[in-house]
Design a protein around this ligand. Structure first.
Ligand code: HEM
Length: 401
């Protein structure tokens, strides 16, 4: 791609409509399926948009998550989250397997069964408050923005009253604006100090939460260093939050923008699972996965990628690839096959996927059962999305019923 065109595509792409970049994705799919984008650091990366290629990048070990060598491509100039040697997401197999072993214990099916009543209780409590306050309500401030962080606080074991702190820190972590550097450093310092103090206290008074399993993996089994333990607790609190909140808020808006879909969900509880999958396919609030770098030349369907190149996949583009999803721009909760890539693939496949699916299912069902007359209180195209960060969350969702 010519420099001029590369300059025209700074990353993250700015959303065109309803917080998605689907027009830019369509154009790139047709004109430059392996074209470059300019990362906020100034480095160039291929932006991969075809489903087959996105799946390959996520699965193939030659697309590495180790960006910690001199001269490696960077997302941002300083305080890049890709630099952290203790973070699970920054490791490749086989080393990465050690982290996954620990996390798999924490996310076993028997633990998942224990989560359902906890999540249901939090959904019911929040919807009771929405109902009691009466219309209108801002479903971001009153529901979608609070649910995932409240769930993570309850499961990890941190006090629920601290959710606002995590919420604010997370917003800063996803900022890529160079002007946000000081903010990022400050938030990171405060967040890590909080986690360290919390771990200290749990060692004195252990409980039966996720954090206690992770502490045991460190203290009893020696599977983690102290830095890795701190980062894993942080990854759960951060990873579990903004993505789920954004998918939920954006998903509710998608359902309300297409009233036939909302009516179908209200009438048929059996559609809850397929509706969750369609929301996940259609409403990815970012490009969906972390930057990779090639360890050797690799051939993709869109062309060859040389060794040492930065590669950014676009999950939302893959999720609307017409070769895989018939009529991909249509939001349709009756879809039967829905192999979206929203939770990634391969070694880093999201360990929180079952929990996120549970939260989305109980939240959508709760809304549909209790507020079947739900509708936007402003024109859907007046809804605003956060810009300039890696994630484009819905800023507010005024509704009435
Ligand atoms: C709708 C909600 C969610 C979405 C869309 C999502 C998406 C993803 C994706 C795409 C990845 C892989 C990234 C890559 O390969 O570059 C990932 C990894 C991860 N997610 Fe999620 N996630 C969600 C919810 C959660 C929840 C609820 C948790 C925690 C309870 C969580 C914790 C993690 C962690 C720790 C990783 C790193 C795994 C590894 O490196 O092996 N996520 N997530």
């Amino acid at each position: 791609m010519a420099d001029q065109e590369l300059d025209a595509f700074p990353f993250p792409l700015q959303p065109d409509e309803f917080g998605t970049s689907f027009r830019q994705h369509q154009r790139r799919r047709a004109e430059c399926p392996l074209g470059e984008v300019a990362l906020p650091s100034g480095d160039a990366a291929h932006l991969v948009v075809a489903y087959e290629d996105v799946a390959r990048v996520l699965r193939d070990r030659r697309f590495s998550r180790n960006l910690r060598y001199p001269g490696a491509p960077r997302m941002v100039r300083e305080a890049d989250m890709n630099d952290n040697p203790d973070a699970i997401i920054n490791h490749d197999p086989p080393e990465h397997g050690r982290f996954r072993q620990v996390i798999q214990g924490a996310f076993s099916p028997s633990r998942e069964a224990r989560w359902r009543p906890i999540v249901q209780g939090i959904v019911d409590g929040l919807l009771d408050q929405v109902a009691a306050a009466g219309p209108p309500s801002d479903l971001v401030a009153d529901f979608a923005g609070v649910l995932p962080i409240s769930v993570m606080c309850a499961l990890v074991g941190v006090p629920a009253t601290d959710w606002q702190l995590f919420h604010d820190w997370t917003a800063v972590f996803f900022a890529v604006d160079p002007a946000a550097l000081e903010e990022r450093l400050r938030a990171n310092r405060e967040f890590l100090a909080y986690i360290r103090a919390f771990l200290e206290q749990r060692r004195k008074e252990p409980g039966e939460d996720l954090v206690d399993l992770l502490v045991a993996a460190r203290d009893t089994d020696g599977k983690l260093s102290e830095g890795e333990l701190v980062q894993l607790v942080s990854a759960l609190l951060i990873g579990g939050q903004e993505n789920t909140a954004s998918s939920l808020a954006r998903g509710v808006l998608a359902l309300l923008r297409f009233p036939d879909q909302w009516a179908a969900l209200c009438a048929e509880p059996g559609l809850t699972g397929p509706a969750v999958e369609e929301v996940l396919r259609f409403e990815v609030p970012s490009e969906g996965a972390f930057l990779r770098v090639t360890t050797e030349e690799v051939a993709l369907s869109a062309g060859a990628v040389a060794a040492g190149r930065a590669v950014q996949v676009s999950v939302p583009a893959a999720n609307r690839d017409p070769g895989v999803f018939p009529d991909p721009e249509r939001f349709d909760i009756h879809r039967t096959a829905n192999p979206h890539l929203t939770f990634g693939l391969g070694a880093h496949f999201c360990p929180g996927a079952p929990l996120a699916r549970l939260e989305l299912a109980l939240a959508l069902r709760g809304l549909a059962d209790r507020f079947p007359g739900l509708r936007p209180a402003i024109a859907p195209d007046e809804v605003r999305y956060g810009e300039g960060n890696l994630i484009h969350p819905l800023l507010s969702l005024p509704v009435t019923w």
